[in-house]
Design a protein around this ligand. Sequence first.
Ligand code: SF4
Length: 467
Amino acid sequence: MYAARRWSVQHARTLQRIYDACARLAPLFAPALRLIGARRAERWLVPLEHAAKKFLFDCKMCGQCALSHTGMACPTNCKKQMRNGPCGGVRPDGGCEVDPAMRCVWIEALAGARLTGAPSLPALLPVDHRRQNRSSWIPVIEARQPELLVRRERTSSVERPPDERPVSGSFEQACRSGRFVVTAEVAPPDSADPAALIGRARAFDGLVDALNITDGAGGNCHMSSVAASAILVEHGFTPVYQVACRDRNRIAIQGDILGAAALGVRNVLCLTGDDVSQGDQPQAKPVFDLDAVSLLGIARAMRDDGVFASGRKLETPPRLFLGATANPFVPPHLDRIANLERKIAAGAQFIQTQFCFDVALLESFMREVRARGLHRHCKFIIGVGALRSARALRRMASMVPGVHIPEQVIARVDRADDQKLEGQRVCIETMLAVAQIEGVGGVHLMGHRNEDVLAQIIVESGLRRAV
Ligand code: SF4
């Protein structure tokens, strides 16, 4: 089945032509469909459709066939059920983060779309789960295709001048001011006592513009990001509340965003999230009802249009400053910008990248960002971090999908007498180097439960002084 699926992508141009011809002819069957009745016709059509599409595309019958938009690669084969991939965990050889034996579905989709002459992949709406196991062709015959694509009639974040947006908090002000921002990651504790969280946050007093609260990072359970963010607001910090699509469906996420805003949390970083297989509870059910692009669109509509995803009106819309992630360091390098553009068009106002250990790769990514003018609409904050030893770097490079560490960086730390100190020097050099790249608007320091070292690095870099 996998071989047939890859063959279909390789022959995407021919299959697209067949699809277009069938879609043009399909409405001719409308009178016959009315005679038989759509429900009865669907009972006969579904097994046929399933057999053919299962064989050719490994189709899971989501009932909203997007093959003609995705280069004949079926999105239902994405292990995170993304409708707008690829995720940031693609392996260096193009393998899937979750199933390395499989090529990333979205890399396949990009290759297929290129064969059909499509300039890029369009933004797809989240799946309507009610259509599971329904025919995709009945609506085509009835000339009422279900809505698949995100409508672009509204002004996107890319097109809207940044200064027209309402200010929602101090982090947004810092981003809008044009100054170089510094943010850091704080790991929520494995505790019902907020003291540890507040203690970790205090390490960054006066050093950062915001503190990122991870949401079950790596698929591991900790204090919830929304609760930890609210606790930090209460204690005078500026949190960035991370929301991963892995653990909650769209109803729960919208409720959490409203609740967070009611508690004074304004900054929301929208992520698809790591797969559960990365964490300590791999037996958990991954949700992935939304992906980062859909989540951004929903959060933005809540803020700008005052509506839930259903269209139901909100009494008081949340004031939000929305962010997304990007990973310039993994394949498909050239197409990462298109994915980023979809996120910015969906509503991202700041972008936070994966760990940067390869400044040259970041430079070529930022060159493309500048060529498309994206840095004028979005703050680009580059992820950096320091690991304790060459062994830890090697382990991260091989075990954590989406993290790229060049061998010469590992070798440099390996040669040093004090590996911990050398890791910190590499981090500071990277911070200073990325600060020189046009379009880069800040750095984000990451490191699990390494707050004191990260705070020290900020001071030593000279980017901020301790108060
Ligand atoms: S690498 Fe990510 S986007 Fe690609 S198929 Fe796997 S889970 Fe989906």
